[in-house]
Design a protein around this ligand. Structure first.
Ligand code: F6R
Length: 610
């Protein structure tokens, strides 16, 4: 979603800010803008569309300065045009402000300010905040105090950065519900919504917590609470290398991330599989170990792709740990007053660790007394810091908006948790050893499937003009059908639906004719015979069948129009293999339709608003 970068230092400001914005592009946006401070005034340039449009405008109307802030906007209030793009300014053009989040009471603030003579230029919620700061400043409050006073009136969420032309050596940043990080440099300092925006310049960062405010100057950063109490922030060293947020020779981040999966799956398991004992070790779970071992029920909550991983977790935990599991969309969980009882453990799954609904669900679960475990990718993210304990995916930054490598790592982590708990309960050492061995073999098997790219590309060529797709699977492969359909729809804009294969007869079968490609995940497992019958039902109606099948299964070749063969593995681990061809199929279809796979329309990488 929206991205923030601010800089105070000696480097040429516009390139620093533009490069930072480009590193944030992956979050999804629809307009961009920049403000610099020079000679006691603010220089504002903003534009609808891509950052390249902003660059062209800056080439025509160059600006400079020593301090500045810049923003990529993902529209919530007001259409995505250049007027509504951030930064927003006050009536006197003294302040410029960028904002991630939503100011829920902006209507009331705006009405009050209009009655006091303020003139609004945009349809955004954010503009109310900059006029409110102006209002306090007019009444002789210093800049910092005016920002504080304004924020105290705000209901909703924000990550903001604001500058004032009277104080060109200061950027004020504040956070409530929308991530912000400050970067410590040598004679220069930064603020950003995401470390990737500033990683070119510094790896020393401090993450702001909710209700904190940072006063960023060239030679230092002071952090306080919104109520003006000093805060000692830890300076942390960011671990990831710049190369991990570059395309590394691939045309798209999405393809790079699909291809990285043999190593990201290995990284998710690194140091966590104990072969000799057939067990998993989960270092980050100490805090909740007792709760985990005594859990009588698990609730798993997440959004989107992470929710699909959660469904697989439900199948795994119920099969091997034999405790009831419920999986719920975080957006529903948070408002539904869910029943949480003693010995219930809540697991939240989020790649970004910033998804607003998942964060709210986690806080609701904590409020109700549950022990909460997090499975996150982004180190230091809000969810990762808010849970009682957790495990990181260690998949490295996922830049493509469509989640790929995070999904396989999430499923890997859920398999580790299952193995860990099952071995503490009633799984035999022999079964444990079998699972460990199969898990260790996954990276090589994924590598083999990635080698099928040319075959998958040919199938994509045949069907990329289709208007609809159906994805069907059973058992562990039902969530994979959902995930395959989500991948296709989000990056190719083809309507696609995933169903449990048996449900087809209860409705979707009406859609099947010779124009409907149906992707079956038909691996050799306990539901194989059933899914073969479903394939026949589709064939009888002249639907086109693309099957993901197990190597050596000759039978399926006689029934399907196309078969993508994948290696055999344990049933519970199959999703880690079966999703790979579906990711590639979606990718190639989207490319053939000339879609922007890394930044699909309307989508944001990290959904920090409800
Ligand atoms: C789909 C996708 C989204 C995310 C969802 C949750 O490819 O990326 O559906 O999975 O927005 O995001 P996280 O996992 O960051 O909480």
């Amino acid at each position: 979603m929206c991205g923030i970068i601010g800089y105070l230092g000696k480097k040429p400001i516009v390139p620093v800010l533009l490069e930072g914005l480009k590193r944030l592009e992956y979050r999804g946006y629809d307009s961009a803008g920049i403000v610099t401070l020079s000679n006691g005034k603010i220089n504002l340039v903003k534009q609808a569309g891509k950052i390249s449009n902003l660059e062209s405008l800056l080439a025509e109307r160059p600006i400079n300065g020593v301090a500045g802030i810049a923003h990529t906007r993902w529209a919530t209030h007001g259409v995505p045009n250049s007027t509504n793009a951030h930064p927003h300014t006050d009536c006197g053009n003294k302040f410029a402000l960028i904002h991630n989040g939503i100011i829920e009471n902006f209507g009331a603030i705006k009405t009050d300010l209009i009655s006091k003579g303020h003139e609004f230029k945009t349809q955004t919620d954010t503009e109310a905040l900059v006029h409110l700061i102006e209002e306090f400043y007019k009444h002789h409050m210093p800049f910092e105090e005016a920002v504080r006073a304004a924020l105290l009136q705000v209901e909703g969420t924000y990550g903001i950065a604001v500058v004032c032309s009277d104080e060109p050596d200061v950027i004020i940043a504040a956070r409530k519900g929308s991530p912000l990080v400050v970067g410590h440099g040598d004679g220069e300092n930064f603020v950003a919504s995401d470390v990737s925006a500033i990683i070119d310049h510094t790896k020393q960062v401090s993450y702001l917590d909710d209700d904190e405010m940072a006063v960023v100057r060239r030679n230092g950063i002071e952090v306080k609470t919104i109520s003006n109490l000093p805060v000692q922030k830890q300076v942390e060293q960011v671990a990831f290398e710049l190369g991990r947020i570059e395309k590394g020779g691939y045309d798209h981040f999405m393809l790079k991330e699909i291809m990285e999966q043999p190593s990201t799956i290995k990284d998710a398991m690194r140091g966590r599989l104990i072969k000799d004992e057939g067990i998993a070790r989960l270092g980050g779970m100490h805090e909740v170990m007792e709760a985990l071992l005594n859990a009588k029920r698990f609730l798993i909550t997440a959004c989107g792709t992470s929710w699909h991983a959660a469904l697989i977790g439900e199948y795994m935990l119920e099969e091997f740990v034999r405790v009831p599991v419920e999986v719920e969309y975080a957006s529903e969980f948070r408002y539904r007053d869910p029943v949480i009882e003693e010995n219930n453990v809540v697991i939240v799954i989020s790649q970004s660790g910033e998804t607003a609904d998942t964060l709210a669900a986690l806080r609701e679960a904590k409020r109700k007394g549950a022990s909460v475990i997090g499975i996150c990718n982004v180190v230091g993210s809000t969810i990762a810091r808010d849970v009682h304990a957790g495990a990181y995916l260690h998949a490295g930054p996922e830049i493509g908006v469509a989640s790929t490598k995070a999904f396989t790592s999430q499923v890997t982590l859920l398999a580790l948790i299952t193995l860990f708990l099952a071995r503490h309960r009633n799984m035999s050492a022999a079964k444990g050893a079998e699972i460990v061995q199969e898990m260790a073999a996954l990276p090589e098997k994924v590598e083999k499937i990635l080698g099928l790219r040319e075959q998958i590309k040919k199938i994509a060529q045949l069907y990329h003009m289709s208007n609809n797709f159906l994805y069907l699977g059973r058992g562990y492969n039902f969530p994979v059908a959902l995930e395959g359909a989500l991948k296709l729809k989000e990056i190719s804009y083809i309507h696609a639906e995933g169903y449990p294969a048996a449900e087809m007869k209860h409705g979707p079968i009406a859609l099947i004719d010779e124009n409907m490609p149906v992707v079956f995940i038909a691996t050799k497992d306990s539901t194989y015979e059933k899914i073969v019958s479903n394939i026949e039902e589709v064939r009888a109606r002249r639907g086109k069948v693309i099957a993901i099948a197990t190597e050596g299964d000759e039978e399926i070749g006689k029934r399907a129009d196309h078969v993508i063969y994948i290696p055999q593995t344990q049933q519970m681990l199959q999703p880690i293999l079966t999703i790979i061809p579906l990711q590639l199929l979606a990718y190639y279809i989207a490319i053939m339709r000339n879609c922007d796979v890394d930044q699909p329309r309307n989508l944001a990488k990290s959904v920090t608003v409800e």
